[in-house]
Design a protein around this ligand. Structure first.
Ligand SMILES: NC(=O)c1ccc[n+]([C@@H]2O[C@H](COP(=O)([O-])OP(=O)(O)OC[C@H]3O[C@@H](n4cnc5c(N)ncnc54)[C@H](OP(=O)(O)O)[C@@H]3O)[C@@H](O)[C@H]2O)c1
Length: 236
């Protein structure tokens, strides 16, 4: 639990670059302490630069979310810790997102579904125990994960993986219906990152502070919500 003398704490999974790194920087800017994860073998990431710039406020842990043994080891290392927020940002897409679902290879289907749907939920199932009763558990979904809003197709494997993530998170929330903790599936908007591409309408600088605003505003609201970067409910 945070007190006035100890800053609130975020465990941010997938913080090496892109939206994850920018979220880490934004939370630090707002006075939080952040433990961010990167994949092992990554030489140096933007998160390392952030840690150097803010000594004592950024811890770096190693986790490939698709490696259950790494997850179990991280969980052991966290014994005794409590966080105010756990947020799983890590995600991926297939090499050619324009492929229809019939064109996607089995190998890419498995990779994207495991990375975007199964692994974030394994992280949440394993690490939720370290989130305090007034805390928030979140995952980076996407507006593309909305079944109700899908009237165009395109990015079909990615859409399916985020819709699956949403469904699994709803099951988690249903099993924890008596929990006082807030839960958020975030649709951050289409943002210029390596994944979002140069044609995306939003910059990291525009939308990451909005995403952080929404997460902070939902901290004391128990139950699961699927929200966009302005705090608007996204249809399932
Ligand atoms: N950009 C957008 O427009 C947009 C829109 C909606 C939702 N999102 C979602 O937002 C999240 C971040 O996207 P981004 O745009 O920042 O993408 P990005 O620049 O490609 O970054 C992806 C992040 O996920 C990490 N990651 C991927 N696979 C991982 C694994 N197996 N284990 C641990 N970390 C892993 C990457 O780590 P490495 O550095 O080790 O590869 C990196 O930190 C994703 O979940 C994405 O689906 C993005």
């Amino acid at each position: 639990m945070s007190t006035q003398s100890s800053p609130p704490t975020l465990l941010l999974v997938g913080a090496s670059r892109g939206l994850g790194h920018a979220m880490a920087a934004e939370f630090v800017k707002r006075g939080w302490n952040v433990m961010g994860t990167v994949r092992g073998g990554t030489a140096r990431t933007l998160l390392h630069d952030l840690a150097d710039a803010h000594p004592g406020h950024v811890e770096i842990e190693v986790l490939d979310i698709c490696e259950p043994l790494e997850l179990a080891a991280l969980s052991e290392r966290l014994a005794g810790r409590t966080f105010d927020m756990l947020f799983v940002n890590a995600g991926t897409t297939n090499r050619d997102p324009s492929q229809t679902i019939g064109e996607v290879s089995t190998e890419e289907f498995v990779h994207v579904m495991i990375t975007n749907a199964l692994s974030p939920m394994r992280v949440i199932e394993t690490l939720a125990q370290y989130v305090g009763p007034a805390g928030l558990i979140g995952a980076m979904s996407s507006g593309q994960g909305s079944i109700g809003n899908n009237e165009t197709g395109a990015r079909e494997l990615y859409r399916g993986s985020k819709a699956a993530l949403n469904m699994f998170m709803r099951s988690f929330a249903a099993r924890h219906a008596d929990s006082s903790r807030a839960m958020v599936l975030m649709a951050p908007g289409w943002i210029r990152t390596e994944m979002g591409g140069a044609g995306a309408p939003f910059t990291i600088e525009e939308n990451v502070p909005r995403v952080v605003d929404v997460l902070l505003s939902k901290r004391s609201t128990p139950g699961l919500q699927y929200l966009d970067y302005l705090g608007r409910t996204v249809p399932w």
